[in-house]
Design a protein around this ligand. Structure first.
Ligand SMILES: [Cu+2]
Length: 143
């Protein structure tokens, strides 16, 4: 789902809005369930048909739209099909730049060579004033 559509739905203006994963593609966004671990209320096995992206160990961008002034961001990945074993990709990042689009320009890919060539998913967690919120990406391939 794209941010344009969410704007039309009025999500951005809602008091409960949290954050939206734009890059890479999210497996789903539901404002009410975004606090549910590990995927913001979506089934992590439901990724069929979504675009896949390469994720080099040297890094790739993650783009979000946030409605929180400040938050701490955490990035993890899990290799498919072991999608309950989350591995940290970077140190936590504190964001104080305000509302709107935020690009984390270079989040490293998994460093474990056993992951290379295999599919995985990325979990983005936002620790903010209303708890921890989750979004999970569609498939990536690490190399
Ligand atoms: Cu919120």
């Amino acid at each position: 789902m794209h941010f344009k559509n969410l704007l039309l739905l009025g999500v951005f203006g809602a008091a409960s809005a949290h954050f939206i994963l734009e890059v890479p593609e999210s497996i789903g966004f539901d404002d009410d369930n975004e606090g549910i671990f590990p995927c913001g209320g979506f089934d992590q096995s439901h990724r069929a048909g979504l675009p896949e992206s390469p994720w080099p160990k040297k890094g790739a961008p993650i783009g979000v739209v946030t409605t929180h002034n400040e938050a701490i961001w955490e990035f993890k990945a899990a290799v498919v099909p072991f999608t309950n074993r989350w591995v940290s990709l970077s140190r936590n990042i504190t964001q104080t730049a305000g509302l709107g689009s935020v690009c984390f320009s270079n989040i490293p890919g998994p460093k474990n060579p056993l992951w290379y060539g295999r599919k995985g998913v990325i979990q983005i967690a936002q620790h903010g004033h209303d708890g921890t919120l989750y979004q999970v990406s569609s498939d990536f391939t690490s190399f």
